[in-house]
Design a protein around this ligand. Sequence first.
Ligand code: FMN
Length: 139
Amino acid sequence: MNAVVYVSKGGNTKKLADAVAKGAEVKAQSAASAVNLTQTDILFIGGSIYCGRMSGVLRKFLQNLDQKQAAKAVVFGTSASGKTIRAEVTSILESKGIPVVAESFHCKGSFLCVNSGRPNADDLAQAEEFAKRVCKGGV
Ligand SMILES: Cc1cc2nc3c(=O)[nH]c(=O)nc-3n(C[C@H](O)[C@H](O)[C@H](O)COP(=O)(O)O)c2cc1C
């Protein structure tokens, strides 16, 4: 069983999470609500950058994860600049013995007057394809 867990303050990463979940044939779950995670084969983790870092809610979710809950993790997300949460996620999860797959999926997210309309339909289609490829073992 795979799972998609994300945090999205403004909705951009939620769009990506829903596309990733479609590709993985599961339902995306917000880490801001109760998350139902049993023994997950691939845990997709989605988040954004706020003032240079991932959200505190996502950090807390990752810190509370147990190694038994995920065989491996895959990161995705949005940001205004292109900066990603991958390094922060990897640092927390690998300290718990949960490996993070080298390939991840990120796209620009709208913020104030930049990146208007992102993620767009093309970003969402690519995110869905990425998730399908990961689930088929191609990543
Ligand atoms: C309070 C705040 C701080 C932000 N700080 C950064 C930042 O430091 N670097 C960056 O690239 N984007 C920054 N952004 C832009 C977000 O990363 C971008 O809009 C992202 O797509 C938001 O995702 P969300 O809608 O899922 O919350 C910031 C956005 C907000 C609201």
